[in-house]
Design a protein around this ligand. Structure first.
Ligand SMILES: *Cc1c(COP(=O)(O)O)cnc(C)c1O
Length: 386
């Protein structure tokens, strides 16, 4: 045990959004314009998002949860269908499947990447399986090639839960340039780019994009913008049951500014992550993130896994960190342990998911975190004996 030479002056949070004066100005401009819900700023944010990702269509919505819900509706998934997804994910992944009346079927993960294990997929396919909901967990791309092979063989739709994956790459392309049919992003403040709440669906399929645009706005045949600009009296129709999943123009204006900042966000996160990697790799009692050579991580979170540990041991380490003014978070949750999805069957079928959710933890990583703060965290980790 070494002694800690310095003490963090204030609690170091796990994450903190970076919001500057430009965001304030952009939102005030919208407030003064008189058009506050989905309008010109949403259209601008969508255009710039598509240009950044390199996809044909981006459809802004109110959150990633509503994005996933809408993507499943637009894919025709419904009652009696099964959708394969990881249990090691935020609960919204499975909830979106439940919203459409389908059943989530949980697939175990690859221990190295914490993402869906393509080799575990085939065993879960039944005549009711309609889609795979792939998660790029904490920003790292899943092994899409293997997943797409299985999807093609069984004629399954592939929807990407890219909530955490903005700026991440797979085989040289940004996530969101769809490898499946659609990818869904989150702009919650815990993610890298934030609009307070918000989401985006990207696709290269024009028909799907049209369908999504309609469904997010009550399935109204004419948009507000079209009606506002019409020179003749117009009457809209509502030909199916739609939703109100609109993003506001205040949020979109903020998103445009955040998108301009994204490169600097990514650069800073990658720099801090590589400092963690280098400092923590010598510690035999933990594993640092492993990134396959065909992937580029955005480090939306920096998660370490304790070797030969238990949940109790992990929680003890988190407590020790907290006592030193360092917040950490338990690893990604296991959805199958929450009441709506809990069963003995999943508890025994998902050993790797159980291991990771019990023994991993997320360390602080955010844009404004200083190297001094990070050095302090590293020093504290070194002082914690196994
Ligand atoms: C954050 C998150 C979501 C939900 O995003 P919201 O925008 O908060 O609805 C869904 N899936 C994953 C994997 C997430 O991390």
């Amino acid at each position: 045990m070494t002694t800690i030479s310095v003490q963090a002056a204030a609690m170091i949070p796990v994450a903190r959004p970076f919001i500057g004066a430009e965001e304030e100005h952009a939102v005030i401009e919208v407030l003064r314009s008189g058009w506050v819900t989905q309008g010109p700023r949403v259209a601008e944010f969508e255009r710039e998002f598509s240009a950044y990702i390199g996809c044909d269509h981006s459809v802004a919505v109110s959150s990633c949860t509503t994005a996933l819900h809408l993507a499943l509706v637009a894919s025709g998934i419904g009652s009696g269908d099964e959708v394969i997804c990881p249990s090691l994910s935020f609960i919204a992944t499975a909830n979106s499947i439940a919203y459409v009346g389908a059943t989530p079927v949980f697939c175990d993960i690859d221990l190295a990447t914490y993402n869906l294990d393509p080799s575990a997929l085939e065993g879960l396919i039944t005549p009711r399986t309609k889609a795979i909901l792939v998660v790029h967990q904490i920003g790292l791309s899943a092994e899409m090639k293997g997943i797409l092979v299985v999807a093609k063989k069984y004629g399954l739709a592939v929807i990407e839960d890219a909530a955490c994956a903005i700026g991440s790459e797979y085989e040289g392309n940004l996530i969101g340039k769809p490898l499946g049919t659609m990818a869904c992003f989150s702009f919650h403040p815990r993610k890298i780019l934030t609009t307070g709440e918000g989401g985006m669906i990207t696709t290269n399929d024009a028909d799907l994009a049209d369908k999504l645009r309609k469904l997010r706005q009550h399935a109204m045949s004419l948009s507000d913008v079209v009606r506002h600009n019409a020179k003749q009296v117009t009457a809209e129709t509502y030909d199916e049951v739609g939703y109100n999943f609109r993003m506001t123009d205040m949020q979109a204006a903020m998103g445009v500014v955040q998108l301009d900042r994204l490169q600097s966000f990514l650069q800073r996160r990658r720099h801090l992550a590589s400092r963690y990697d280098e400092a923590l790799q010598p510690l035999p009692w933990l594993e640092t993130p492993s990134v396959p050579s065909n992937c580029r991580h955005n480090y939306q979170s920096y998660m370490i896994r304790l070797v030969d540990a238990s949940a109790a041991k992990r929680d003890l380490i988190m407590q020790r960190l907290l006592e030193k003014n360092i917040s950490s978070r338990r690893a990604i949750m296991a959805i199958h342990r929450e009441l709506p999805y809990r069963s003995e069957q999943w508890e025994t079928a998902l050993p790797k998911t159980n291991l990771v959710t019990d023994t991993a933890l997320i360390l602080p990583l955010f844009h404004q975190m200083t190297e001094a703060d990070q050095d302090y965290i590293i020093e504290v980790l070194y002082s914690i004996a196994r």
